[in-house]
Design a protein around this ligand. Structure first.
Ligand SMILES: *[C@@H]1O[C@H](CO)[C@@H](O)[C@H](O)[C@H]1NC(C)=O
Ligand SMILES: *[C@@H]1O[C@H](CO)[C@@H](O)[C@H](O)[C@H]1NC(C)=O
Ligand SMILES: *[C@@H]1O[C@H](CO)[C@@H](O)[C@H](O)[C@H]1NC(C)=O
Ligand SMILES: *[C@@H]1O[C@H](CO)[C@@H](O)[C@H](O)[C@H]1NC(C)=O
Length: 131
């Protein structure tokens, strides 16, 4: 009797653990790292640049492939004015027009899709540096 009970509970626990792990396995979270802009990037207001990210290792099941790119100013996300949205995060790049914001070296971008991923800080200026 005792052995039978133990076997029953072992089967129950095994099944519960498996069932709990299953949805996690089916819904991999894809957090593609942003490859551009990077820490050396200088963007000039009004220019169009590709934001790029690494799509290697993208799982076959993604909960949300819809991407959104948001500017981060001094750590604050401008969620109301995304630089781009409604594109697929499986594309690996998406062009954005550099918004008219004050010159600063403390901008960053967040790429939202399945989850959020932030770029390194980069610079936005109004006048291209003379070479
Ligand atoms: C963005 O990348 C795509 C694919 O490489 C390219 O066709 C397009 O011209 C690029 N756009 C800009 C603004 O650099
Ligand atoms: C990036 O910018 C944020 C917001 O201004 C600042 O808090 C942070 O220290 C900066 N990070 C680096 C690596 O410079
Ligand atoms: C979003 O993108 C899809 C596919 O490119 C397009 O069919 C749809 O009209 C777009 N929706 C909006 C609201 O822009
Ligand atoms: C983004 O989601 C909307 C609403 O679900 C859909 O109509 C559109 O096709 C999606 N766009 C992309 C690029 O996946």
């Amino acid at each position: 009797m005792n052995t039978l009970m133990n076997m029953f509970f072992f089967a129950l626990i095994t099944f519960t653990a498996f069932a709990a792990a299953l949805p996690v396995y089916l819904r991999d979270v894809f957090v593609p790292p942003i490859t551009s802009p990077d820490a050396g990037t200088i963007w000039v207001v009004g220019q169009t640049h590709n934001v790029t990210w690494d799509i290697n290792g993208a799982p076959s099941q993604i909960t949300n492939t819809n991407g959104t790119i948001v500017l981060v100013t001094n750590g604050r996300l401008d969620l109301e004015n995304p630089l781009a949205d409604n594109f697929s995060i499986l594309d690996g790049f998406h062009p954005v027009t550099v918004p008219d914001v004050p010159d600063s070296a403390d901008y960053a971008l967040v790429l939202f899709g399945d989850s959020g991923n932030i770029s390194p800080n980069f610079t936005i200026i109004h006048t291209a540096p003379s070479l």
